[in-house]
Ligand binder design. Structure first.
Ligand SMILES: Cc1ncc(C[n+]2csc(CCOP(=O)(O)OP(=O)(O)O)c2C)c(N)n1
Ligand SMILES: [Mg+2]
Length: 317
């Protein structure tokens, strides 16, 4: 496991989202924006076992999934600015990313909506005997939607090459799990009872994420049917937007503090230092990332807005 590479990828996503948050108030990004800050290790670890040809689907909180799959940073920022050079040609915004050139098919704003899309594509992959899998990322809240149950059931019955990745950050907007789901339910057990090969792991521990992602993808690629991973993790900032919202007191104040101690970037830097890397080496990674991000924002600022007469061009046949 190349810890430095994983650290770089995780830190890159962190700094990109921090830059989005810092500039959001300028009112140039006019789309609702859900940040994955605190949850990035899941996308990085899972993507380590995905090939370009594999297809990824995501939800409203999609930046990390898009970037980890190889999505272009310039095209992401341009999309947030509503510019024609954006990955969705400036017509989608943060919640509707798509880039077929890297196998990132779609992210959608309706909770659980992209789960059946991934399963449908997995059926296509199986019928066409494609050597690929479909991945669907979603939150704990999405497991309360009928679309999840129907899709999971169908994937099991048809033994489809689908990887279900649930980022359990314990909240759906302001509602904790205990007001939404029966006491004691474990999402990974629910998935197992539907018939999925099911795993559970600490989503903030990159080594755990990588190990479980390896097992789950091997299971699928060996033709043994779909797999499900529940990752425990935590979002640091407000549900939607660039700010912290802990003054609203919907989360236990100690809870955020405890999760900040388990922040994936912090854990990875500590591991690297223990492995003999120096503070200077880690700072250098930050410096390199900074200029890449600056270039991407300049690119987005300089791009033009889409031409309203061009719409036909973007309808996929
Ligand atoms: C069908 C549907 N219901 C409600 C919403 C409003 N909504 C947007 S995000 C969200 C929270 C979803 O929680 P979860 O699936 O756990 O994802 P998280 O935001 O925690 O990443 C809700 C309720 C929606 N977009 N679609
Ligand atoms: Mg959630």
């Amino acid at each position: 496991m190349n810890m430095m590479k994983l650290f770089r990828e995780t830190l890159r996503i962190r700094r990109i989202e921090e830059a989005i948050a810092a500039k959001y108030g300028e009112q140039k990004m006019r789309c609702p924006t859900h940040l994955s800050i605190g949850q990035e290790a899941v996308a990085v670890g899972v993507s380590k076992y995905l090939f370009k040809a594999d297809k990824v689907y995501s939800s409203h909180r999609a930046h990390a999934h898009y970037l980890a799959k190889g999505g272009c940073l310039k095209k992401l920022i341009a999309e947030l600015y509503g510019k024609a050079d954006g990955c969705t040609a400036g017509r989608g915004g943060s919640m509707h990313l798509t880039d077929l050139s890297v196998g990132f098919v779609a992210s959608t704003a309706i909770v659980a909506n992209s789960i059946p899309l991934a399963v449908g594509n997995a059926l296509h992959q199986k019928v066409q005997r494609k050597n690929e899998i479909s991945v669907t990322y979603f939150g704990d809240g999405a497991t309360e939607e009928g679309a999840f149950f129907e899709s999971a059931n169908f994937a099991v019955v048809k033994s489809l090459p689908t990887l279900f990745v649930c980022e359990n950050n314990q909240f759906s907007v302001y509602s904790p799990l205990n007001v939404r789901q029966p006491n004691g339910r474990k999402i990974s057990e629910l998935a197992r009872n539907i018939g999925l090969k099911s795993f559970v792991a600490d989503g903030n521990d990159i080594e755990e994420v990588v190990s479980v992602a390896k097992l789950a993808t091997e299971h699928i690629r060996d033709g043994k049917g779909p797999a499900f991973i529940e990752f425990h993790t935590y979002r640091h900032r407000e549900h939607c937007g660039p700010n912290f919202d802990d003054h609203l007191a919907y989360r236990d104040p100690n809870e955020l503090e405890q999760w900040l101690e388990k922040d994936p970037v912090k854990l990875m830097s500590e591991k690297l230092l223990k492995m003999g890397r120096t503070e200077q080496e880690l700072t250098l990674v930050d410096v390199e990332i900074e200029s890449e991000i600056e270039n991407a924002f300049n690119f987005a600022e300089q791009s033009s807005f889409p031409n309203e007469h061009d719409n036909q061009k973007y309808i996929y046949a």
